[in-house]
Structure formats: C-alpha cells, structure tokens
Design a binder for this molecule. Structure first.
Ligand SMILES: [Mg+2]
Length: 329
C-alpha cells in the first residue's frame, strides 16, 4: 500500500494523528489548527506548514515577494483559527544550487513585509540544498484561551468569513494561463490574507465555540470541525457567498462555482460556530475587522454535513483537498 492509496487523511488516521488529544489533558496535540501548550497562565501555540515547489506553487506563477508573504501568511492563518496572536518563527529553506540569489532576496523581502503586517519575527532556521524549492516554516503564537475545533454544539450557527473559492479560481486561472483576466482572484491565491484580527476577537470575546481555517476546502474543513466536536451540520447552499468576479470566472472557464467554494482549498478564511445569541456581536466584530462574515448553516446532532438548498437536500458531490490524492499545480 502506498501513500496515494491511503491519502493524506488516511495516513494521519493510521498514525493516530487525526483527532486532538481528549480532554481533560491541558495540552492540545495533533488534530487542531495548532498545538496549544499551557504556559504562564495562557497557552503557547505551535504550528508548522511547508510550501513545496511543484506541489503548492510554480516559481513562474508570481513574484518571489508574494511567495515569501504567503509562506508566513498560511501559518498565521492557523494561529488566527485558534484565536491567537503570532509571535516568532523559524524558516527552513531548501533550494537547488542553480536558484538565482535575486529570487531568494525577493522571497525574503516578502517575508519581512509579512512580519511587519502580522507583528512577528524570524528567530532562526536552516538552509539546505534540494532538487526543488521547499519553504518549511514553524510558527509560535500565544493566546489566553485557544478556540478549538471541538467546541461546536447543536443549535450553534455556522459562519464563514470573506470570499471562499476565490483562491481556487485564481489557481485555475494560473493553471490555464489566463491569470491576466482576473488579477484579483489570482492575487487571492498568490498572496492570501489570513483573518488574524477577526480570529483574535472571536477568541478573546468568547463568541466562537469552535473554529478552523479553510485550507483544504470548506466542506473538508467543516468535516474536521464536525468530527472533533462529534456533531453534524446543515449547510445552506443559497447562503454561501459568491462574488461577482468569482461567478464571472466560473462562467468563462466553464467551471462549477460551488466546486471552487466548497472544495477549492487555500482560502485561509475562518469557519467558525457561535451560539445564536452572539449574532449581533459576531457582526460587530466582523465590521471592526473589516471582513464580512456569512451565516451559512447550523450545527445539528449527527456526524456529517448535509447540504440543503432552500430547505431541500442538495445532492451535488464535492470533495476537499487531499495532499496525496490530487496532482500538483
Ligand atoms: Mg488549519
């Protein structure tokens, strides 16, 4: 049996790494957006993510500055999903010897800009030679009270932030060489903006009962949250936000717009649950963070997500991203 047969999540399940360590243990181990280690009355958050050439990006697709920014941004997104604040990171750069130094300098310019944007600093790392470029970043963050994936309860509202699907549309445009047609969508893929302020305020106020960032696709990540919380959900398809440019790109490429939104991945939006009395507070926090949030469903008893369209079962099949089952870029 090889990796492509079990897939990313099949592998994690076999290794016992899919579910968070059960309560009442104070340490949250593998299975949430970051680890959370009790420290000085709060929690130290720890996460790692790698961007690999040929898997996550092609060098010819964009500026190295954007790639440097994204390398930190995707990790910051996981800290945001815990309601935390990023702090410090190490970066291991693997690169082929023939790589132009100017490209690496561009990469670090983007990384430094991300450090200023998210208020964190590089504190170490390593450089090695490799066949393809790999950027492997380990980020520490802090929070007084982490928002976990396992806190959703029946009756809670389900929200998603921003514009899921736009990054996947940008990737599709890059793949077919039409990136000039919708530069805003392509930018959403090459230079994502993690919802740091929104995540932090949802955590600090205690408004969110559970949270995850959307990196593998909205349905896939909702599934992670539901499994951790041992609940099900109704997802109301007609409430899912679709931007005009996203719908235009879907028409032009002949692609299903909801496929991008539900199964696209790399959105770095926040998917979270809140009890209904928090509705007004959620909108206030979203306005303060200048990010729209959309109430797209509710948590129910059960174990999976049911898609409904205007109250009727909606049967289209969509699947999230699995690293060992899909081809690279
Ligand atoms: Mg995550």
């Amino acid at each position: 049996m090889n990796l492509s047969e079990v897939g990313e999540f099949g592998l994690l399940r076999r290794l016992g790494l899919l579910e968070a360590s059960p309560p009442p243990g104070p340490v949250v181990g593998p299975g949430d957006d970051t680890a959370a280690l009790p420290l000085e009355g709060g929690f130290l958050l720890c996460t790692a993510d790698a961007l690999v050439e040929g898997v996550h990006f092609r060098r010819g697709w964009g500026r190295p500055e954007d790639l440097g920014f994204k390398t930190l941004a995707v990790n910051v997104s996981d800290v945001a999903a815990m309601g935390g604040t990023p702090w410090a990171f190490t970066l291991t750069l693997s690169a082929p010897p023939a790589l132009p130094v100017a490209w690496i300098e561009g990469l670090y310019r983007g990384l430094r800009e991300a450090c200023r944007t998210f208020g964190c600093q590089m504190v170490g790392g390593d450089t090695t030679s490799a066949r393809d470029v790999t950027l492997s970043l380990a980020l520490l963050g802090r929070t007084d009270r982490p928002v976990l994936r396992r806190g959703a309860r029946p009756g809670d509202d389900v929200y998603v932030s921003g514009a899921p699907g736009e990054s996947a549309a940008g990737l599709a445009l890059l793949r077919c060489g039409r990136s000039g047609r919708f530069p805003e969508l392509v930018r959403r893929h090459l230079r994502p903006e993690p919802r740091l302020e929104l995540g932090r305020s949802l955590g600090e106020t205690g408004a969110a009962t559970a949270m995850i960032d959307v990196s593998d696709g909205l349905l896939q990540d909702l599934g992670h949250l539901l499994r951790a919380s041992r609940v099900g959900a109704e997802l109301w398809v007609e409430r899912i936000p679709l931007t005009t440019r996203l719908q235009q790109a879907a028409r032009e490429l002949g692609h299903g717009v909801l496929d991008w939104v539900l199964a696209g991945g790399e959105d770095y939006e926040l998917l979270f649950t809140c009890p209904p009395p928090a509705r007004r507070q959620v909108q206030t926090l979203a306005r303060a963070a200048a990010v729209p949030v959309w109430r797209i469903g509710c948590i129910v008893e059960g174990s999976s997500a049911h898609l409904l369209h205007r109250g009727r079962p909606w049967g289209e099949s969509v699947a999230g991203y699995d690293h060992f089952r899909k081809p690279g870029p």
